[in-house]
Design a protein. Structure first.
Lengths: 281, 258
């Protein structure tokens, strides 16, 4: 931390240099030590033990997109946290859900939110949805050194594209590779099972309410088969975080709304533990 | 063998102040008023792209008159300062007082440095608090001084006249429509005491509205919403109720995105 945020003095040159609307560029010029990508990890033997976040799912519907995540963080075989939040608003029209090393992921989201807000304030307009997705790509790539040591962060990014008037989903790999997903996507340790559920249940014409049920069903199935994914905890009232992004912007379902969806699914699963069945042919 | 002229330091400073004041006096004015739900900014500015009023942070906004490139530079510096501070500590740790201090130091250093020309700008930094008594408004003249203002303040070409007009008529607890009406009346008076008519297209209006549910309290008033407020049809409409203004996508929910 340089003196500039502490001591009062004339704004130093990087503050007044015109040109860049990126907060990360500014950090790079003014205090590069604050950029996560510039951090060096000493060589280690074996993996670092740190809490890991698990499953994130997303699905689009005609008026928008839903992004949801479970609430568990694990460290090896231990449940590190039962009520972690892994889905965040990135700005008014997009959200990001994170799987991977929780500490680094939360920091990445904080910087990503700031990057979008900073651009918006400096330029007076928002970045395009593609532009936001690309920024996130760069941030994941800068974490590659950490990822090689087992501290990967793999997010899922979803937003409402105001230019094309539709909800879109972007998934990432650990090297920052970005791909647009059509319909639905999942990331994290339970994603294999979640994707299976999404594949069988997803239809193009679902309503917003049906889509929220769909993503919670997928998280339920992921928690059923993956020990690192937390199912809805009815006793402690810990439900998945479900967010909806439409042309009206980002919205997070309240605890009461989530509880309603979760309880409806739970009731049905008391009869059919494996969840709804798809047609054979 | 030329002997340099001796210029007394008093004279040098007076000349620089004169230079800066003349530059500022050429521009149109900006007025900032407290109203019951926050702080209102009104500028006479026909441009939709080059703003005189802008968002700095959650509860902090910036208004400026004078030379565009100079105050734009300071604005971006302020956004960077606020974002860095919020990133390093917490969003609550970014305050108008801190920002005003940094601006004052910057302006003061530039003003008294013989190597640089003084900035021809006058700034206002305002922060909206939990209640009207917690609102803060700082005026920063070209020479690096800070003036803590209450109620209403004007900067720019006709500032003295507008200020005294505002001082006489501004009172606590005005509604948004009342405050806007007063602001526009004060801006519409010209030097000779005559009145012009200012339409919505000639005005740049923004508020820091403490009742906004979003974390970022800054909002521009545009288009139909502004016209309605100016016409006095929407005396009691709060900013967010009247949000069907036909501005482009993004402007309603995204503060500062206009």
């Amino acid at each position: 931390m340089e003196a500039n945020t502490r001591s009062i003095g004339r704004l130093p040159a990087p503050f007044l240099t015109p040109g860049s609307s990126s907060f990360m560029d500014f950090l790079g010029a003014h205090s590069p030590d604050l950029l996560p990508g510039n951090r060096q990890l000493p060589p280690l033997k074996g993996a670092v033990q740190a809490p890991h976040g698990t499953t994130i799912v997303a699905a689009s519907f005609p008026g928008g997109v839903v992004l949801a995540g479970d609430r568990r963080a694990t460290m090896g075989n231990v449940i590190a946290q039962r009520d972690i939040e892994k889905v965040f608003p990135a700005d008014e029209y997009s959200a990001v859900g994170i799987a991977g090393t929780a500490g680094l992921a939360v920091e990445m989201v904080k910087l990503f939110q700031l990057e979008l807000e900073h651009f918006e304030k400096v330029e007076g307009v928002q970045l395009s949805l593609e532009g936001k997705a690309n920024r996130l790509s760069t941030m994941i790539r800068s974490n590659l050194g950490m990822a090689m040591q087992g501290l990967a962060v793999v997010p899922l990014f979803a937003g409402w594209d105001v230019d094309r008037n539709k909800g879109r989903i972007f998934s990432y790999d650990v090297t920052g590779g970005r791909s647009e997903e059509h319909g639905f996507a999942a990331t994290g340790s339970g994603s294999v099972f979640a994707r299976g559920a999404l594949k069988k249940l997803f239809r193009e014409d679902l309503t917003e309410a049906q889509t929220t049920t769909l993503v919670v069903q997928a998280l339920y199935d992921a928690a059923d088969d993956d020990s690192a994914t937390g199912g809805p905890d009815l006793a402690r009232r810990i439900y998945p975080i479900v967010t909806v992004i439409t042309d009206e912007g980002f919205r997070k379902l309240t605890e009461a709304q989530c509880s309603e969806v979760v309880r409806a699914i739970h009731e049905r699963r008391l009869q059919e533990p494996d969840g709804p069945r798809a047609a054979l042919l | 063998m030329s002997t340099p002229f001796y210029v007394s330091p008093q004279q040098a400073m007076a000349d620089r102040a004169e230079y800066a004041r003349k530059g500022i006096a050429r521009g149109r004015s900006v007025v900032v008023l407290q109203y019951t739900d926050g702080v209102l900014f009104v500028a006479e500015n026909p441009s939709r792209a080059l703003h005189k009023v802008s968002e700095i942070y959650d509860r902090i906004a910036f208004a400026a008159v004078g030379k565009y490139n100079e105050f734009e530079n300071l604005r971006i510096g302020g956004v960077r300062y606020a974002d860095l501070r919020g990133y390093t500590y917490d969003r609550d740790d970014v305050t108008a007082r801190g920002l005003a201090n940094v601006y004052a130091q910057t302006l003061g250093t530039i003003f008294s440095s013989a190597a640089e020309k003084p900035y021809e700008v006058e700034l206002i930094v305002a922060e909206v608090g939990a209640g009207p008594e917690d609102d803060q408004i700082y005026r920063l003249p070209h020479d690096g001084s800070i003036v803590d203002e209450h109620g209403s303040v004007a900067v720019g070409g006709n500032a003295d006249q507008i200020s005294s007009y505002l001082d006489q008529r501004h009172r606590d607890g005005m509604t948004l429509a009342e405050a806007l009406k007063l602001a526009v009346e004060s801006l519409a008076r010209d030097n000779n005491g005559g009145e012009r008519t200012l339409t919505a297209e000639q005005l740049e209006v923004a508020v820091l509205d403490r009742t906004r549910p979003q974390q970022r309290k800054f909002k521009r008033l545009l288009g139909r919403q502004l016209s309605r407020l100016l016409d006095g049809h929407a005396t009691d409409v709060s900013v967010d109720e009247a949000e069907e203004a036909p501005a482009g996508p993004g402007t309603d929910e995204a503060p500062g995105a206009s």
